[in-house]
Design a binder for this molecule. Sequence first.
Ligand SMILES: Cc1cc2nc3c(=O)[nH]c(=O)nc-3n(C[C@H](O)[C@H](O)[C@H](O)COP(=O)(O)OP(=O)(O)OC[C@H]3O[C@@H](n4cnc5c(N)ncnc54)[C@H](O)[C@@H]3O)c2cc1C
Length: 434
Amino acid sequence: MTVINDNSCGWLKGLQSRKNYKTLSNNLKCDYLIVGAGYTGLSAARKLSEINSTKKVIVVDAQLAGEGSSSRNSGYLVDTTLNDGFTSNKDINNYKKKVKIYKLGIRAVENFIKEYQVDCDWNECGKYFASSKIEDLFIAKRFSELLSSLNLDNKILNQQQLEKKLGTNFYKIAVLTKGGVLINPAKLVRAMVDVLPKNVELYENSPLIKWNKNNNFIDCQFEKNSIQTNKIIFCANGFLKSLNIKKNFNFPLTLTASMTRPLDDEEFKSIGEPKEWGVLPIRPMGATIRFTKDRRLLIRNTAEMKNPNSMSKYELDKRKLIHLKGLIKRFPTLKTNLIEDSWSGIVSRSRNSSQLFEMVDKNIYVAGCYNGSGIGVGTLFGEQIAIMASDQQSNEIEIINKRNKPNWLPPSPILNLGVQTRLFFERLRAKSEI
Ligand SMILES: Cc1cc2nc3c(=O)[nH]c(=O)nc-3n(C[C@H](O)[C@H](O)[C@H](O)COP(=O)(O)OP(=O)(O)OC[C@H]3O[C@@H](n4cnc5c(N)ncnc54)[C@H](O)[C@@H]3O)c2cc1C
């Protein structure tokens, strides 16, 4: 597997590039091997080293640590999601369990940034679930009632109110949920890399190619070397399926995003000088749009079954055009030379939007499949899977284990056909919202 370290991500470009990283160049043995150094793997490593200070912990990543989706996402630390289904009582119970997990996820990130004094542009401004179609009012009302029944602070806003807040009259209706937080995702994960404890060894640009369980250890093959480990924790999220982990329960999706240059004074005035905000679509497959505190717009309006490592410049440029169209239809007063950076990232999805968190076999653990909401949950699941892999228990693990488990998925090509058909119809339904 080749994973490219590119410099196309707007969040990453704002950070200093990393030097002095190590690549695996010897055969090694360890007590714990963590595969993947995003929020999940880095949080697992931090917690493991805290619990087992005398054990040898190794983290490997196929690219530079933290520079996969953990740096490439839209930065919504979510308290609630809308498109999970909440119409039947059964679903409401499921939704309650999810919200509990999201809340624990926000708390895990909050604790991390307090403990290590991390600046990741934390803004508790909530988020808007918005639509340009007035007929979506009934979805907004039903969602608002659900949130209120769970004591989650929310408010329905109309077009005039939204125009004042967002600087566009595109949206006719929205539910503002107040518990969500906006962050700079790359700053958060970079801090997780920077504070890795001394007894954790990190090897980057070192993809795990093959692994095999023997009686007493797990044998892991890399390009030129190998690692023998007593326990292994898979934290590779969108790559879990390619590593043969729970392959009938998760699949990867590729998302692309673009970020603009900062708006100039004239443009900023033309949209009413709004404060930072974040919008998620009421209709699945609609655009996610953020306005950042340094006056940039971020848009993500594509999701597809595609290998992100094969996203050529030509293909990315095509998606960039879709992003530009999405921005211009919302903000017609802006100049068209807007987009500075475009990039793609990979997420893991399950059929019923549930996450993976378990011991898959003796000494083999997995945490992942966050269905596009992994900042908080990834941080939480990373810490908690480390506790589980240390044969300990916690209240959080009890809560996580009560969630609905991911449903079985058919193998390819049936899976690909099913997902592509669903994405096609969702895109059609959300045409106005892209
Ligand atoms: C465009 C976009 C927007 C998103 N928006 C949001 C959002 O607003 N809010 C939110 O909560 N979530 C969002 N997400 C999802 C979020 O980014 C993920 O859920 C989160 O990054 C998961 O963290 P992780 O550590 O589990 O996985 P990742 O960040 O994907 O890290 C996994 C790591 O595993 C490594 N790896 C893979 N295969 C191997 C191998 N064979 N050997 C070694 N290492 C390997 C990868 O290189 C990678 O660094 C978005 C994602 C994208 C792409």
